[in-house]
Design a protein around this ligand. Structure first.
Ligand SMILES: [Zn+2]
Length: 318
């Protein structure tokens, strides 16, 4: 059992709440309010956020000062936000189960008391009706909504997925978008190259901007788009590196003779062949750039696939 699971299980049982292992969410009732407890950022499993959907009958919201004051008065609380009917309380990172439990229960007590004093009552996060709600997760967002609203979200999402699937891919637009995106990558390669460095960020920018460019002008990013994007990246990374070297050649040679950028650009392979440009350094630079590009491609593709998998899905917690 991972430490996260262990801590969450213990926390849920001490708070007298339930733990949904599949969604990594703790949920239950606290002082009459439905609470969802989850890590807002999966990289920090012990930095939890508690969400409560509730409203005041006159829809009177807390003022900014009140929200700030709440955080000052409650040490374990990192932030308190109110967005429509949703109140989110973020806790500071706390990997110690005992302290985490104390932090959550004491802050939830203060918050729910404050809500009761202001006449807040649990409601549907979307329509605001004081009816029974259930907890859902849709597009990686946690929701407390009534069954009507849950049905409506499901319908809207299915329609959006359907529309997206039916959207035709404009390959020509995609190629143009990928090329425009890759120019941003080239600019990065040149800027860092002129500073004498091969930076990981250049490859990552190249990968992300090229694929995003394809998606933006091509309508959507399909497998075909990823392949085209990769070809664009391979070519443009080479071009970027060659432009970087050409600028260097112009700068070096201009002390002795007049050389323009395009002649220098054309001469780069010959200069490498003759070892005027160190062959070893040239190759290692280029290989590094390609490695960094792959570093950028992989998470971009993973996030595309993950988004597609969760697209149009609304799941009940618990
Ligand atoms: Zn509703």
């Amino acid at each position: 059992m991972s430490k996260k699971t262990q801590v969450y299980q213990q926390l849920a049982s001490e708070l007298r709440m339930r733990y949904d292992y599949g969604h990594s969410v703790i949920f239950g009732t606290w002082n009459g309010f439905e609470v969802i407890l989850y890590p807002a950022d999966a990289r920090y499993p012990f930095m939890l956020t508690a969400s409560i959907s509730a409203r005041n009958p006159d829809s009177i919201m807390f003022t900014k000062d009140e929200l700030t004051q709440f955080c000052k008065d409650n040490k374990p609380v990192n932030f308190l936000r109110q967005n429509g009917n949703m109140i989110a309380m973020g806790f500071k990172n706390n990997p110690n189960p005992q302290k985490l439990q104390e932090a959550v229960s004491s802050s939830l007590n203060v918050l729910t008391n404050m809500l009761q004093n202001r006449g807040y009552a649990p409601c549907c996060q979307l329509c605001g009706q004081y009816t029974g709600t259930s907890n859902y997760i849709a597009n990686s967002q946690y929701l407390q909504v009534c069954s009507d609203c849950a049905g409506k979200i499901h319908q809207d999402m299915s329609m959006a997925v359907h529309a997206n699937q039916n959207k035709s891919e404009n390959i020509l637009g995609g190629i143009v978008g990928a090329l425009i995106g890759s120019v941003i990558g080239i600019i990065c390669i040149i800027i860092f190259g002129q500073l004498g460095r091969v930076a990981a960020i250049s490859g990552i920018v190249m990968a992300i901007c090229t694929l995003k460019g394809y998606e933006l002008l091509g309508g959507k990013l399909t497998k075909k788009g990823i392949v085209i994007g990769c070809i664009v990246m391979i070519v443009m990374t080479y071009v970027g590196n060659r432009m970087d070297l050409a600028i260097l050649v112009v700068r070096e040679l201009n002390q002795y003779i007049d050389v323009d950028f395009f002649s220098a650009f054309r001469a780069v392979p010959e200069l490498v062949k003759q070892n005027y440009i160190d062959q070893g350094a040239y190759m290692s630079n280029l290989v590094l750039l390609y490695i960094f590009t792959v570093v950028g491609i992989v998470p971009t593709i993973i996030s595309v696939v993950k988004n597609r998998k969760n697209e149009g899905k609304i799941e009940q917690i618990g």
